[in-house]
Design a protein around this ligand. Sequence first.
Ligand code: GLP
Length: 258
Amino acid sequence: MRWQVVADYSSMSAYGATCIYQAIVAAANAGTRFNLGLATGNTMIELYRVLADKLNRQQVSLENVHTYNLDEYVDDTGSAVPENHPLSYRKYMQDHLFSRFDAMLGFREDHIHFPDPCDPARFDRELSAAGGLNLQLLGIGFNGHIAFNEPESADVVSREIYAARPSRVIPLTPLTLATNARLTAGGNLDRMPRHAVTMGMASILGAREIMLLACFAEQQAPLQRMQTGSPTPELPASYLLTHANATIVYTADTIQLN
Ligand code: GLP
C-alpha cells in the first residue's frame, strides 16, 4: 500500500478522477469488461463530476463498464430504502454520476449493481462470477470503517475471519448514525435508517486495485492509527496495509500525517 498526498479537495478529485478515467480507457481500448466499485459520500462528489466530464469530452465507451456500489441504507422492513428516500445511495449515484453520462457512451442501467439486503450473498456470488473488481474506490468513516464494515473487537473476531466477512446487513454504530445524521440528514437522527447493507471485506479486498480517498480533518485519527499498525478488525481500513495495489490519497490542507 502507498500513501499519496495531494494539496486539497480539488486536487484529490482530479487525481482520483484521472486514475479511474485511465483505467476505464485502457479496458475500453482492450475491449474487456471493467468492474468498477463505487462509493458515496461528500468525498466523492467533485471526483464524479470531473470523471463524467472527462468521459463525455473524450467520448469513451462505457458499454463494458459495470458498477458495483459499496452499500445502501435499509428500512425497517428489511428492504433497501427507495430511490426517493432523501438518503438513498442509488439516488446519490444517479445525481452525481450516472445521469451525467452522455447517452452516446452506452452506459447501461442493467450494469448498475447494488447489494440487495434480501439476498446479500448473491452480490458476492455474481461479482465473483464476473471476475471480481478491477478497481474499488473507497472513502473512510471517522471510526475507520470502509463501506459499512464497522470496527469489531479483536478479542472477539480474528484478523482472518474479519477479512473474510461477506456482504451482509448490519446495524449502524452510534458513531456512524450520529456522523451521517450530521453530515447528510440535517442533524436529524430520526431520519436515519438504523441498518445498511454493505459489501463485505472479502469482495473489497479482492479488488485488483483499491483507491481510498480522505479529505476531512476527522479522518486524520483513523489514518494516523493505520500508520503505526497492522490489519485489525478494530480499524477496517487497516486491511489496505497488506493489499498489493492499494493507495490512500489524502489532502494536506486538512490532514497532517508524518
Ligand atoms: C458512509 C459510507 C462510507 C463512506 C463514509 C464517509 O458511512 N458508508 O462508505 O466512506 O460515509 O463519507 P464522506 O465521504 O461523506 O466522508
